[in-house]
Every structure is written in structure tokens, then in C-alpha cells.
Design a protein around this ligand. Sequence first.
Ligand SMILES: *[C@@H]1O[C@H](CO)[C@@H](O)[C@H](O)[C@H]1NC(C)=O
Ligand SMILES: *[C@@H]1O[C@H](CO)[C@@H](O)[C@H](O)[C@H]1NC(C)=O
Ligand SMILES: *[C@@H]1O[C@H](CO)[C@@H](O)[C@H](O)[C@H]1NC(C)=O
Ligand SMILES: *[C@@H]1O[C@H](CO)[C@@H](O)[C@H](O)[C@H]1NC(C)=O
Ligand SMILES: *[C@@H]1O[C@H](CO)[C@@H](O)[C@H](O)[C@H]1NC(C)=O
Ligand SMILES: *[C@@H]1O[C@H](CO)[C@@H](O)[C@H](O)[C@H]1NC(C)=O
Ligand SMILES: *[C@@H]1O[C@H](CO)[C@@H](O)[C@H](O)[C@H]1NC(C)=O
Length: 559
Amino acid sequence: MRTGSTLALAATALISLGASVGALPKVSRVGKYLYTDSGDRFFIKGIGYQTQGIIVSGPDNPYNQPSTFVDNLADSAGCARDLPYLHKLGVNAIRVYSANSSLDHDACMSALSAAGIYVILDLTLPLNGSIDTTLPAWSTNTLDQFLRTIDTFEKYDNILAYNVGNEVVSPSATQAAPFIVAAARDIRAYLNSISSSALVGYAAIDGSSTFVDDFADYLACDHGSGGGALDLFGLNNYEWCGAAANTTFNALNARYANYPIAAYFSEFGSENCSPNPRLWTEIPVMFSTPMTDVWSGGSAFGYFHAISRGHEFGMATISADNTSVTTNGDFDNLAAAYKAVTFVTTPAKGSASAPSLPACPASNGTGWSVSTKLPPTPNDAACDCLANALSCVFNPPTPDYTVLVGNLIGVACGLVDQVGGSCDDISANGATGVYGAVGMCDPTIKLSYVFSQYYELNHHAPAACSFSGNAVINTAAGVAGAQGAMSSCIPSPAVITPSAPPVLVPGAGNKNSSSASGNSSGGGGVTNAPSGAIGTRGAWVGVSAVLGCVVGAAVWTLA
Ligand SMILES: *[C@@H]1O[C@H](CO)[C@@H](O)[C@H](O)[C@H]1NC(C)=O
Ligand SMILES: *[C@@H]1O[C@H](CO)[C@@H](O)[C@H](O)[C@H]1NC(C)=O
Ligand SMILES: *[C@@H]1O[C@H](CO)[C@@H](O)[C@H](O)[C@H]1NC(C)=O
Ligand SMILES: *[C@@H]1O[C@H](CO)[C@@H](O)[C@H](O)[C@H]1NC(C)=O
Ligand SMILES: *[C@@H]1O[C@H](CO)[C@@H](O)[C@H](O)[C@H]1NC(C)=O
Ligand SMILES: *[C@@H]1O[C@H](CO)[C@@H](O)[C@H](O)[C@H]1NC(C)=O
Ligand SMILES: *[C@@H]1O[C@H](CO)[C@@H](O)[C@H](O)[C@H]1NC(C)=O
């Protein structure tokens, strides 16, 4: 154990560090390798850098993911405190799991750049800020969140890559795969349109070799537009444990020998065996041949203290007043291992060949249920057009409506089904490759679409547009009805280059507030929706508790 310097000392170290280093070279991918613009092979010698969020268990959090996050890149004092330690570790990159596009990251990003440290930034946020594992969609709200984050970070010279997801696709939920590839495709197109050189990455969960390899091939294969959307395949790999044999990665290495894009270990460093502290003996192996023929380094997990599945990770403990750092034996061993690394220089940039793309693995129905057909690009203009033309629109009584929307979609789909409608238009099915035209829209617009169908199928009876006070009639709606509006606003969903996202309205989330013009403060004498499905008005907690089983059914309707 070693107690660290005070904040003032850290800041001094940061300044002297900054003075000695120049601007960071761009890094690009040639085939399966990364190179700096001066032609040197580039490896990621990284560490995960994000304070662990607080896990709030509940029905909206089936995987017990952190529900909150700290934006460490917006914490300039924290960055100044940690920079001398990142320098001691010898890292050239940090992996950051979430950032808030509304905050200022200038101080931290430029301090990292001055210290020669790149950032691999996940574009996702906890809970609803990611493509969902079990009910996946690639929709305007998620696209816009990703684009806002890119717009915030694109001005920095040390963004190495943007990740479009972390462990979204799992062996028990493979149908999310087309949405991940569509996200990579559209983010790649957007980055090209703003002349960004940032790489596009994804961090995959490890598992059986058949699953991991099928998914890796699916990420890299040609989905009809030439492939090449994804640059960086990350594998969160905890295979090497303690003083493992040097042959530990041999099988993995052989499997990826002909993989056509850059690959790295987006997390590594198992805590799941003795000895403690971790030895990091995988590092000399990872950074020498034959590993370097296939892999471009990795990001050790992680800097801050974190607990996962009963194991404690982390090598820096921050004092209660946030001003000082205490490091542990993991830190010392990692620093020694990273310091001893010399980058392999072969193959030279000019002689790097690009292996041919793998075939897209076909759905086999038992463990890999994935269509090779991708969903279209989410289109804000088309979805806004639809939102404004709908007759019965979602008007939440709370600004925190994520869970409410999910539950109400389940309820409304059940109701609309009973009166001869369907939720096909809002569904997106990655297993069959059938994507309803409204599937690319924000969940609130999908909900309004179903509300409107129900209201119209009930001959515009005012009581059919209440949904316990969560909906209001839009008197400005056209006469074409929900499906007519869909046909005219979204005539043919397509792959396009996304444009800059709409301006975020404070307090309104990403929802287009112009369509929600109703009165959310009272029921106004309008009765509940028919069928008694919605018993109580008010807070989402009550709705989700009452309707648990209906929502369960909805998973099948929409999956
Ligand atoms: C981002 O920061 C703003 C300003 O502090 C805050 O209002 C907003 O809730 C934050 N967003 C997220 C997703 O945490
Ligand atoms: C289908 O693919 C999955 C994932 O790659 C694999 O685990 C499973 O064994 C395959 N099933 C058959 C019958 O090949
Ligand atoms: C394992 O590989 C590393 C890196 O090549 C080498 O330094 C070390 O001596 C090897 N260990 C054994 C036991 O062969
Ligand atoms: C220390 O920083 C964390 C975020 O990393 C913050 O939640 C906490 O309030 C801070 N504590 C103090 C005393 O400033
Ligand atoms: C909402 O949609 C309307 C109509 O399409 C558009 O004029 C307006 O700019 C949008 N507002 C935001 C904040 O995107
Ligand atoms: C997540 O939900 C909140 C409201 O609960 C909303 O403001 C925000 O826009 C949502 N984010 C995404 C990406 O859908
Ligand atoms: C909303 O409806 C309630 C009940 O009818 C009414 O008292 C209130 O004035 C309305 N508020 C607005 C902003 O229209």
C-alpha cells in the first residue's frame, strides 16, 4: 500500500508532464492492424477508467447494471489527481464507459492528451442509453444520444474510438446483433460525414467459442454495403488467471488468425484466482509475437475500485474528500508489466494486408438466431413528422418516463390486439429481419402510434385516449389515421447518413416536445381506458406493479 500525493502536488506533476509532450498522432486501421499517421504500428496499452455507478435493483434493471454514473471526464480535479498515476502505470489509453454530452470535458481531455493518453469512449449510458439486450431497437433516441456525445468529443485530438455497445449481445439474446451492426454502420457514416478519423468499436462478452466467433464474424462480415463499418473488435476476456501458462491464449489466437479488422482485449485482468495481487503476466505475452500478429493490445480492468460478481477489482482507492489516491499491489505489478512493453513494429504499414471478410453466419435456430438483414437508419425527420400527425399522443405525468413507456407499450399492444390492430409496425425483430417502419422511432412515438391506433379503432371515443391519464388527444392530427400517417411520413425506411441530432430541450429529454401539447396535470373527468387494464392513474411504480404479467406478455409480442 502506498498513499498518494495531495491534489496540489498532482496538479504540479500534471503541468510538468503536459509541458514535455506534443499533440497526439492520429491512429487509423489498415486491415487488421492499427497505425499512427507516421506509419508506426499502434497498440492499446490501456486501463478502464470509470467510477463504478450505484446499482439500483428493480424490474427496470434485470441485469443489475449500474443505474447511475459519474462522468469522470467532466471531473477536472479528479483527472488532475489521477493523471500522475496513469502516467506511472505507463498507459497510452483509457477506456471510459459513459460520458454526459451536456458537460464540459475540456480540462480533462486536454490534460490526457498532453500526457499522451488516448480515450476509447463508449457512447452508451446506463439503463435506457444503450441498445437493449432483450428488446433491441436501433432508434432515433439512441442514435441522437450517440451523435450528441460524438459532437461533444470530436474536437479533442485524443479520441481513439467510440464504442457502440458493451456486452449487449449475449448467448441467450443473440437477436440484438443486427442492431449493433446497424449502429456501427450509421456511426461510421456520420464520422465520415464530419471527416472524423475516430475508430468505431464494440466490446463483446466472452463465452463459448462458437458464440463468440459467430458474433465476431457477424460484426465484420459484409452486410450489403461492403463491410468495414466496425474497426475495432473488443473482447472482454478474463481467461488468463494468476500465473497462467504462456500457452493460455493459443487457442484464442488461432481462432482470430484471419480476422479482418483490428481486435483487442477491451477488458482483461482476472481476479478470479490466486495469487492476490494480480501478477499481469499476460502482458508480456499479449505484447509479443504470436499474439501481436492478431491482437492490438488491451485495456486492463480497471483503475477505480469496483465489485463485480463478488470479486473486487481496482487499483486506486480515492480518499473520502476526493483529493488523494492510495494504490495497491495490482497497481505496482501492472505498472511494472506495462513499463517493460516494447511495441512490435511488424508488419510495416505498407505491407499490411487486409484478410478477406468472413461469411455472415447464418441463423441456425439453436443459439444463433440472427438475420443477416439489418434495420434501417433511424430518421428524426420522418419520426417527427409521424409524431405530429398522430391522433392520441403520450403525455407522461413524470419526466422520468422510461419504465412507464415500456410498461404502457405492453399494455397498449395487448389492447390494440383485442380490437383488431397490431404492434407489427413498431416492432423490430433481429431474428427474422422484419423491421416495422415505426421501429426506428423514439419509444414515446411508438407508444403514441399504438395509442392512436387504439383510439381510432374505437371510433375516436375520448375515453379510448386516456390510458390512465398518460395520453391526450391531438386535435391537430390529420384525417389519415395512424397507418396513413406512417405511410406518408415513412414511405420507405432506408440506410442513410445521419445528420446532426436535434437540439436537446432542457427537461424534455430527447423527446420532441412539440407533439405533446396536452394537459398532464389532471384526468379532467376522462375515464380510464376500457377493459380495466389500467387500474390506477399516477406514478409509474403503481402501473408497473399492477401490470407485471401483462408486460411479461408484451416481451413476446415485441421480441
Ligand atoms: C447530464 O448533465 C446535466 C447537467 O448537469 C444533467 O441535467 C443531466 O441529467 C445529465 N444527464 C445524464 C444522462 O446523466
Ligand atoms: C448454433 O450457433 C450457436 C452459436 O454460435 C452454437 O452455440 C450452437 O451450437 C449452434 N447450433 C448448432 C446446431 O450448430
Ligand atoms: C512467457 O512469455 C514471456 C513473453 O514472451 C516470456 O518473457 C516468459 O519468459 C515466458 N515464460 C515462460 C515460463 O516461458
Ligand atoms: C467525490 O467524488 C464523487 C464522484 O466521483 C462524488 O459522488 C462525491 O460526492 C465526491 N465527494 C466529495 C466529498 O466531494
Ligand atoms: C420537433 O418536431 C417539429 C416538427 O417536425 C420540428 O419542427 C421541431 O424542430 C422538433 N423539435 C425538436 C426539439 O427537435
Ligand atoms: C431515457 O429516458 C429519459 C426519461 O426517463 C429520457 O429523457 C431520455 O431521453 C431517454 N434516453 C434515451 C436514449 O432514450
Ligand atoms: C389541466 O386540467 C385540469 C383539470 O381539468 C385543469 O384544472 C387545469 O387548469 C388544466 N391545466 C392546463 C395547463 O390546461
